[in-house]
Design a protein around this ligand. Structure first.
Ligand code: ARG
Length: 461
């Protein structure tokens, strides 16, 4: 039977099965094998350079660790639960491979600084994947926007039709959100980019280690400054899951819009069959399950964030085993988020927008009433409040007659003010309405074209 190297002779008995079950994390943290080996190699090289071990021992350790990595990647390794975690499993594999000299690797370090180093390295490397996925999603949004700078649709506040906008204007809002997500990820990476290796258990070490050397080897910006903080700090986990949560929230908002837009009530978007699901009882149904699941999964990520905050909040300094569960929360959040990003991206680029339907809806909703109000101000010198009141009376008149404001004749309009001219009729068109919103950040196609070019330069290069 495998013996856990962390159980020394001072134990008279092995752990109970129940303790093993609750204590073992190998099923989850084996995902960190690459980072663990990378950290161990840097540590072994540093021990050699500092003459804490000799060159021969250094070479043996490094070669052994590299071989273990190959073995794992060739599926030749069966990890053992008895050995608790990835750190102990690799140490035990190293003993098998190179014999007693393996026992020198753990000089001047602890699993406490080891695990936090591994996790930081993992986040750094996966963040590149995440950032690329985010970038790819922005690209999809920008491509659809490019084709729809003048596709008129209803813009909503309170889910009531407010003013005409374009589909590009709507989707470009998400480009901005994802842009902020990417910059938030970068900020979080900057703060976590300090190397905890060499903090040992909590107090540092009496061996003459060189932390700057491992920092450089592992690609961190600088070493952490307090060994106690280093091993107990999980702020970076919280921040990272927060970043993921907020991306999840943004995806959930798009998902919610896809659910609405694909319903018969809106009918703005047609999901392709490959992205719709059926009902087991209602033969006619096509459901947007993909989008609904994205909306739902963001809840899981938010819950993981709450769980992580709660794990840390009652822990005295420094390390406590509660922290071991950080990995399942991070991996679960990350995997779900990457999946959600890919699903939403696929739905958006494979769906067809029903331009006719969007235009029809905006055209029968008095959505240009504000444009008419603005015309009264700009052309007849009304104060905004007086113009707003007069337009209100016209809207009331229209609703009683069950017609739209844009179908009123000039004569009818002049009943409200004789000075109204044909140019007022023009502002009632939804196309003219969007064209007129040329203030910076507004929905006009001219603006959208500029913003798209700006976004391509800023985000896709
Ligand atoms: N598996 C542990 C974790 O993930 C590694 C650190 C163990 N440290 C200890 N003092 N028992 O947190």
């Amino acid at each position: 039977m495998k013996k856990n190297p962390s159980r020394n002779v001072h134990f008279s008995k092995g752990p109970s099965d129940l303790l093993d079950t609750i204590n073992s994390s190998i099923d989850i943290d084996q995902r960190l094998y690459r980072e663990d080996i990378m950290g161990s190699i840097a540590h072994a090289k540093m021990l050699g350079k500092q003459k804490i071990i000799n060159k021969k021992e250094q070479t043996k350790l490094v070669t052994g660790l590299k071989e273990i990595q190959k073995d794992i990647e060739k599926n030749k390794v069966v990890f053992s639960k008895k050995l608790e975690d990835i750190h102990m499993n690799i140490e035990s594999l190293l003993f098998k491979k190179i014999g007693k000299v393996a026992g020198k690797l753990h000089t001047a370090r602890s699993r406490n600084d080891q695990v936090v180093t591994d996790l930081k390295l993992w986040i750094k490397s996966e963040s590149k994947v995440l950032d690329n996925e985010l970038k790819f999603f922005q690209k999809t949004l920008l491509n659809i926007s490019k084709e729809n700078v003048d596709t008129v649709m209803p813009g909503y506040t309170h889910l009531q039709i407010a003013q005409p906008i374009t589909l590009a204007h709507h989707l470009l809002a998400y480009v901005e959100m994802i842009g902020r997500d990417r910059s938030r990820l970068k900020d979080c990476l900057y703060r976590l980019d300090e190397n905890p290796l060499g903090s040992a258990a909590l107090a540092g070490t009496s061996f003459p280690i060189d932390r700057k050397f491992t920092t450089k080897q592992l690609g961190f910006r600088e070493p952490t400054k307090n060994a106690m903080d280093s091993v107990s700090d999980r702020d970076f986990v919280i921040e990272f899951i927060f970043v993921l949560s907020l991306i999840g929230v943004h995806l959930s908002r798009i998902a919610e819009e896809i659910v609405l837009w694909s319903s018969q009530h809106f009918d703005f978007i047609k999901l392709p069959d490959e992205l719709s699901t059926g009902s087991s009882i209602m033969p006619q149904k096509k459901n947007p399950d993909g989008a609904e699941l994205v909306r739902g999964k963001s809840n899981l990520i938010i819950s993981n964030l709450m769980a992580m905050l709660n794990i840390v909040k009652n822990l005295p300094l420094s390390y406590s085993k509660d922290l071991q569960d950080d990995k399942s929360l991070i991996f679960n959040s990350y995997d779900n988020l990457i999946l959600c990003l890919r699903v939403i991206n696929e739905i958006l680029y494979k769906s067809n927008f029903n331009k006719t339907k969007m235009r029809e809806l905006v055209d029968k909703s008095n959505a240009t009433a504000t444009d008419f109000t603005n015309w009264l101000v700009q052309s007849l010198g009304y104060s905004f409040r007086d113009a707003y009141k007069l337009t209100g009376r016209i809207v009331l008149y229209c609703s009683k007659k069950k017609i739209n404001i844009d179908s009123l004749s000039l004569k009818e309009l002049q009943k409200f003010d004789i000075k109204i001219t044909t140019s007022a009729k023009k502002v009632l068109s939804s196309v003219n309405s969007v064209n007129s919103k040329s203030s910076f950040g507004g929905t006009s196609p001219k603006n959208a074209k500029k913003i798209i070019q700006f976004a391509i330069k800023k985000y896709l290069k």
